[in-house]
Design a binder for this molecule. Sequence first.
Ligand SMILES: [Zn+2]
Length: 815
Amino acid sequence: MTRFLFSLILLLSLTLTAQQLKSPSEFLGYELGSEFTRHYEVVDYYEYLAKAAPDRVKLTVYGQTNERRPLIVAYVSSAQNISNLEDIRLEHLKETKGEGTSEKAIVWLSYNVHGNESVSTEASMKTIYELLTSKSSYLENTVVIMDPCINPDGRDRYSNWYNQYKNTPNQVDPNSKEHNEGWWGGRSNHYMFDLNRDWAWLTQVESQQRLKMYNQWMPHVHVDFHEQGVNNPYYFAPATEPYHELITDFQRDFQVTLGRNHAKYFDANGWFYFTKEVFDLLYPSYGDTYPIYNGAIGMTYEQGGGGRAGLGIITGNGDTLTLKDRIDHHYTTGISTVEVSSKNAAKLNEEFKKFYKNQNFKYKSYVLKGNEDKLKSLKTLLEKHQIQYGDLTSGSYKGHEYATGKSGSMSVNGNGLVISTNQPKGTLVTVLFEPNAKLSDSLTYDITAWSLPYAYGLEALASPTLVSPQNATESAISTTADKNTYAYLADWNSVEDAKFLAALIKEGVRVRKANLPFKMDGKSFERGTLIITKSDNENRTDFAKILQTTAEKFQKNLTPVTTGFVDSGKDFGSSYVQMITKPKIAVLSGEPTSTLRFGEIWHFFEQQLHYPITVLDGDYAKRVDLGEYNILILPDGRYGNYFNESELADLKDWVRQGGKIIAMGGAIDAIDGEKGFGIQKKEMEKDSGKTDPKPYEDWERESIKSAITGAIFKAKVDNTNPLAYGYGKDYFTLKLGSASFDYLKGGSAVYLEKDAKPFSGFAGSEAQKQVSGTLVYGTEGFGRGQVIYMVDNPLFRGFWENGKLFFANALFMVE
Ligand SMILES: [Zn+2]
């Protein structure tokens, strides 16, 4: 056979394969971009490709969502690469030790992390099809990992909604219902969490399962496809300042290389785009920064569109933006990313290795100690990130002290933990643990502080020298008791303890709490100690068994005692030892609450505390008889005058009769001072107006003086208040805004002192004045009931572990 003939046959057979492979339009039976494709149809198409071209597409189901939709990735590469996929993976992973000889580029494309940014998944189908056909040459040296939909529940929520409400044919007038989603919609997943804020905290099942896959591959390049407002042109890398200081020159430069290549195609088509604006690289929990802190080139691409856009919409300047346009743009940047990666495969491999070899951090080890439950939940998070850690049992260490923000020393005796930066995940460790992330600029739209020792409420020290771990022995859990037991005692100082209590209450076990510290058998017991007496539970024959299995499940130590007579403090029959009321909880949702803030509460109850709630939609909540509940939770939101005068009067009556309101963030405005409850907004001194006028172009910089987008402040704690049982004298709070309220008379459980400054992160100078001397968490007795105010959000994104006990105290301890 002549070489020519051979080439001809090869060409023919390739063309044949290409012809045999159905395009998305052919497979789906409608032109791509003329409908929103439901998730199961997307999965069908990917499965079809894996069957039709098994030599070049391999599919893996890596998990399931809350609503039981499958999470999948497709590996797309040349037949030769796909047949050697495991070898390629193992050789590639050596690079995280600074070794290996791999020459393949690993590119990961993640679509539709935000539910209603729904073009992404459609674009993924076009992208995989063209990679397998017209663009297959890029696959010779590149493995493309495609996740067609990170957030299937959120995306189907949108596409099902759109399919129900759309006009036929679709209506491009933005006023039509099909462009106005309403409350139960948006970018989030089932639990109303933003998955693009969850990469580092891993509170959601989608993130947890995806990260396992991610860690198996550790790609060179990761793209997160998004959408923004309909009037915005396309955004692609390079990103804007602030960049985290650990982002390398190569990571910065390669973003520019990619951006220039995308620009070439956009220019040729006359499409508009912008770079170096809005999207910064700092907060570690995004789909761009998290990969960056794992050595990758991480990027966000943003198409104009999102939940408003539907199949087509008239934009601000009178053009019509269609779903087909949106697909073309995301398709173009996706393919261009693969192209650039393929052409620079050698460089990507070399630099990735360098990233892991050249790790030299200011702090070599982070030493932590404190509550066993808190250490345990931190360890669980570290394991999910494949961050190595070790135990510490004794020793004295020098370095930066987190509690004071100064250099000092810390000694460990017993419960200690050390996490060092001399490991593949060293950069990630530094980003998550360093006491104060260094910002190259303070203009950012997300939180600027997240240091894990503060979030977990652990004492910590950052050591400039390496600390070696020591072997610790597991302490055994004791739950034993005998016939003479009068009561069982359990401590109360972590959210794990609240889970234990919630489980007991659900079982119908009656539990008391100590409102004063006491001593017994030479042991001290703090406020909030749970007292579970035999006589309270006389009618339960299986009481001892239930208690024991529940204690074992939650790894909870029980101290049996044979009397209710204490050595000092109040006896168990005292009125200072109160029965805990079984909470019957209603949570407001819908307008006027915020979807994300409601979701945090919903998730806390169902996936963390495992305690039932009734969800009341704002539409009908006011018609519900609150007498059926003893706790009403008002999530953060924009309430305005949500309650009119007579509704407020009813609410007050309900509280007077023993009801408990937990008002969070913006909900406080709905019931504050002018409306009859005790909390008052802080009055600010009027600006004298004598400052010099500032140039117009400086307005943005000027405005950040009043901004706190998320900074850590050290607050004072009155732990004699039941809202603060289980805490020490200080608490590090994540402040997300400058809303400010005066101290409460006698009920200021947590508060900022005068001249409060951020301990970590950025807060504008005016904003600092605003929040100085204000309430963080407080209680107000009102008739027989209570109002609990939460100015800061202890459930924010589900990751501020140390705040959750305040919320549990509001449910169980405040009476
Ligand atoms: Zn987005």
